[in-house]
Design a protein. Structure first.
Length: 350
């Protein structure tokens, strides 16, 4: 297969990122600039994120090209996150990429953000290829799929309310631990007892079967509410501060158990013990540890390093390279779509 050089652009949320990928796996340059100011507000403020992208994108791309030693004439195509995400943030990346690709006379490739997360582990492990069961867990999405081949995705389950990462963020806010919630909840969990409080495991019952509508689906709003009630109870007793680590650990234990058990249901039904874990929450060490133990001794778990688990342009370039090889390029009227459907996805979407 002839190699190609793909410039990837990612601005779906609060990371401004660019990458130069020479296919299949040579990541020549990669820059991720995170926006720390959102921690002041307990979450991402879309308008602030968009303005920051506008300020940063030229510098980020220039540094990426310099790090890669890449001349403009080497670039074969430009891949950009077209959705889903924050519309104002997405528009910065899409508009910039359209202008850059037009100026170079090169094809533009729209990429679905979650397909990027699906491809990310393959950048570090060329064994991370279909077929596999995929669990994609991020701040905005929780998807359980069976992937027989790249571009063909069978949706098994998804969240009905809060995504897994969103639940971590909300619980962190309840506990006064700040934003983003995933890393700090995990850190405090190391200091706590994960069986101190028995929080509910939503939509996880032993009497379910694959014909039940909730067999593979997820719901985290009830778990968040249970934590909120416990927080209020402990506040009333004046014992919240000394209980924060135990609450964090107990919440994490409940969330991870649901994610693992649902994934193992898919492993059993599909007779596929190869599992790929993607998205920002895939950086959680407890989730990786428990899934690895569930898959032992015959299964294998693929996941990215923390840098490629979070939002980044390397994964967008990788997914874009696949779409480019399929001959898929954008029309001139491409725009951002915060509700962009995942291409090749089939199943019970709601």
């Amino acid at each position: 297969m002839e190699s190609s050089v793909i410039l990837g652009i990612e601005t779906s949320c609060d990371e401004t990122s660019a990458a130069v990928l020479e296919t299949p796996y040579w990541l020549r340059g990669h820059v991720v600039s995170s926006q720390d100011e959102h921690s002041l507000y307990g979450g991402v403020v879309p308008e602030i994120a968009a303005r920051a992208h506008l300020k940063l994108i030229d510098k980020v791309v220039r540094k990426t090209l310099d790090d890669a030693g890449c001349q403009l004439g080497e670039i074969d195509a430009v891949a950009v996150t077209a959705g889903p995400g924050l519309i104002a943030a997405l528009l910065v990346g899409v508009s910039w990429a359209k202008g850059f690709a037009f100026g170079l006379g090169k094809p533009l490739i729209p990429v679905h953000h979650m397909e990027g997360h699906l491809f990310a582990p393959s950048l570090e492990n060329n064994e991370a290829r279909p077929p596999f069961v995929a669990l994609l867990v991020s701040g905005g999405h929780t998807l359980l799929m069976y992937v027989p081949k790249w571009g063909e995705y069978e949706l098994l389950g998804q969240t009905r309310d809060d995504a897994a990462g969103e639940a971590f963020d909300k619980v962190s806010k309840l506990l006064g631990l700040g934003y983003p919630g995933g890393p700090v909840i995990e850190e405090r969990s190391h200091q706590g007892l994960d069986d101190r409080y028995r929080f509910p495991r939503p939509m996880l019952r032993t009497d379910q079967n694959r014909h039940d509508s909730g067999y593979y689906d997820f719901s985290f709003s009830g778990l968040k509410t249970a934590v909120a009630r416990k927080v209020e109870e402990l506040k009333g007793r004046g014992t919240l501060e000394e209980s924060v680590s135990d609450i964090a650990a107990s919440f994490q234990s409940a969330a991870v158990e649901v994610l693992c058990k649902k994934t193992m249901r898919a492993v059993k039904e599909k007779a596929c013990s190869r599992v790929l874990l993607g998205g920002g929450v895939s950086a959680n060490s407890r989730l990786k540890k428990d899934l690895t133990e569930e898959l032992f001794p015959d299964g294998v778990l693929y996941y990215s390093s923390p840098r490629l688990s979070a939002d980044n342009a390397a994964m967008i370039a990788c997914a874009g390279a696949f779409r480019f090889q399929q001959g898929e390029t954008a029309r001139s009227d491409l725009s951002a779509d915060p509700n962009l459907p995942l291409p090749g996805l089939r199943g019970p979407q709601r």
